[in-house]
Each structure stands twice: as C-alpha cells, then as structure tokens.
Unconditional design. Structure first.
Length: 346
C-alpha cells in the first residue's frame, strides 16, 4: 500500500469528519420530533445519502482497488439526492404537504441504478462499449442537476416562503450545486482533485448544522403551531370560503388597515383561529395571503390601459398597500420583477 503524505492524512480527516458529522446530523434530524417531522426526516435521509455518496469518494481517492460494485452503487445514490431535495423543498413550501404513493415513483430510477450497481462486474468495464458508460454517467449527473434546479426555481417563484426555510433551502441548493459542479469537472479534467467534492460536502454539513442551531430552524417549521387550537374541519372550510369571498368578491384586501383582529371581529372568531385557518388552507401566513391578492390586483392595473396615468405609488395604494417599499418588496417576491419593469414589459 502506498504511504500517505501528511497532506493526504489531513484531507482524509477533514472529509471523513464531514461524512461522520453529516451522518450524525441526519440521525438527529430523522428522529427529532419538534417542528415538522416530515421535513426533518427528508433532510435527515438526504444527509444519509450524501454521506454515503461522499464517503465512497473518499475511499475512491485513497483506497486501492475499490470494488466496481461499490463505485456504481455510490454513483446510483446520486439518483436519490434530487428527489429527496425536491420532496424536502415541497415540505417547506406547502404546510399541507404529505407523502403519497405517487411520490415514491421519483425513486424508481435510483432503484434501477442500485440494481445495476449490484449487477455490474469488472469484466463489464472491458466488454461494454464506452458509450454505455457515457450514457449512464450523463443520466446520473443530468438527473441530479435537473431535480435540484427545478426544485429551487419552484421555491424562488413561490408566493410566500418563510425566510428561515428559504435560507436553509438556498444553502443546501448551492451546496449540492457546488458538489455537482466539482464532480462534473472531475469527469473531464483529471487535474481537479476528486477529494474536493468530499471537502465541499464537509463545509455544507457544518454550515447546515450552524444554520440549524443559530436559527433554531427545526423548531421554526411550525406545522404544529396551532396544536392547542382545534376546530372542526367543516367549520374551518366554511371560514376559509368566507375569507376568500371577502377577498375575491368584496376586495377586502384593498383595506390597508386589514388585520387578523379585523377579520376575527368580522367573522366572529378569534384572531388565532383566523390565522390557523389561513395557514392550513392556503399554506401562507396572514400577510403573505393578503399580499397575494393585492399583488394580483396590482398586476391587473399595471396591464390595464385605463391605469396608464397612475404612478406606481398610486397603484400600490389602490391595491391596498400603505407604503411603496412594502409593495415593491412583495411584488418582486411574487413575480420576480419590479412593478416598473413589469409595466414596461407590456
């Protein structure tokens, strides 16, 4: 066995600790009951898979004669990363999200990939034409990047995302993107050390831990926020339909002083019940829910020639906003564009 240099030993320690840390954090999240247990479990499972994938890379970098089955099973684990990130992002964006049988279809490619890894032998590396492995690698890496980009774009375009949830989602996205980029470059340029991937993963694992601890993330994904406030499902549905009627038919969102207290008095319910109903039925908090209707109204006005002489500020006030800055912020978050740029695109 070739003697390892001090630098090699340091790299093994850094990347190995990252893998172990990711596994321990995954176990902690998987069994943690506070916050959203589904989000915790999906993130925990994602960290398990990443740790296995990156652990394989550490072995491949420093171990000699790594068995071909381990190599291809490790590669196949990439087909789990995209779907897990997608489902994790959905669990953060939608309060009502739950796993259904159809969601498990996302994991079919991974099952086939893992079976392929168990089946392949050393002799196949010599007997199969090169293009077969080119297609396999292209599919694995393309599947990975497609899922994470699609999932992140959906999060960016979502009308209302909790800032802590979005911060964590963004960190994981850019971490996964960086890892993919390094591994992809390594396929084409052997001068790029393969060990950079595990080192990047170590950075991502420690960054996730820091964010989880600093922002108490897992306690802030509050699917259990209203556990002590219970109302019959049919009553909640009735209240929500009346709230929607107030927004759509009566344009109640145009009232700049609209509050939970006002809605509670209007519907003879407590503000907490109104807040709970809006959260559960729409997946948005109160402000995001109201701003959604206000932005939709402003979009109509920006597109309507009858409002051409209106300033952006006037349209903001007409839509129910009481300040131009809050209007601009909410508009860009919902549409991805500023009100002025949107008007100019007509």
């Amino acid at each position: 066995m070739e003697e390892l240099s001090i630098g090699d030993i340091a790299l093994i320690i850094i990347s190995g600790l990252g893998v172990i840390h990711g596994l321990l954090l995954g176990v902690f999240l998987f069994f943690h009951k506070r916050g959203s247990s589904l989000s915790n479990q999906l993130l925990g499972f994602l960290l398990f898979v990443l740790s296995f994938r990156v652990g394989k890379s550490v072995l491949l970098e420093f171990a000699q004669d790594l068995h071909v089955k381990i190599i291809f099973i490790g590669l196949a684990s990439m087909l789990l990363i995209g779907p897990l990130f997608y489902l994790f992002s959905k669990s953060l964006l939608l309060r009502s999200f739950s796993l259904r049988n159809i969601h498990f279809l996302h994991f079919l490619p991974a099952i086939f990939g893992i079976c392929f890894g168990f089946w392949i032998e050393e002799i196949h590396l010599r007997s199969f034409p090169l293009w077969v492995f080119v297609v396999v690698y292209a599919f694995y890496y393309g599947h990975y990047i497609s899922y994470i980009v699609f999932s992140y774009r959906a999060a960016v375009k979502a009308p209302a995302v909790n800032s802590t949830n979005y911060q964590l989602l963004r960190l994981i996205f850019f971490g996964l993107l960086a890892i993919w980029f390094v591994y992809s470059l390594n396929l084409f340029d052997e001068d790029i050390p393969y060990i950079i991937g595990p080192i990047l993963y170590s950075i991502v694992a420690y960054s996730i831990s820091f964010l989880v601890i600093k922002n108490r993330f897992i306690d802030k994904v509050e699917y259990e926020k209203y556990k002590s406030t219970q109302i019959p499902e049919n009553l909640g549905e009735q209240i929500y339909l009346r709230i929607q009627k107030l927004m759509v038919e009566e344009k109640g969102f145009k009232n700049p002083d609209l509050t939970l207290k006002f809605l509670g008095e209007h519907f003879h319910q407590s503000p907490q019940i109104i807040s709970m109903v809006i959260n559960r039925k729409s997946g948005k908090n109160f402000n995001s829910f109201i701003n959604y209707y206000r932005i939709e109204e402003s979009i109509k006005q920006l597109r309507d020639s009858k409002f051409e002489h209106y300033t952006i500020s006037a349209i903001a006030m007409e839509s129910g906003f009481n300040s131009l800055s809050s209007f601009n912020t909410a508009f860009k978050k919902q549409t991805g564009s500023t009100p002025l740029a949107f008007r100019n695109m007509r």
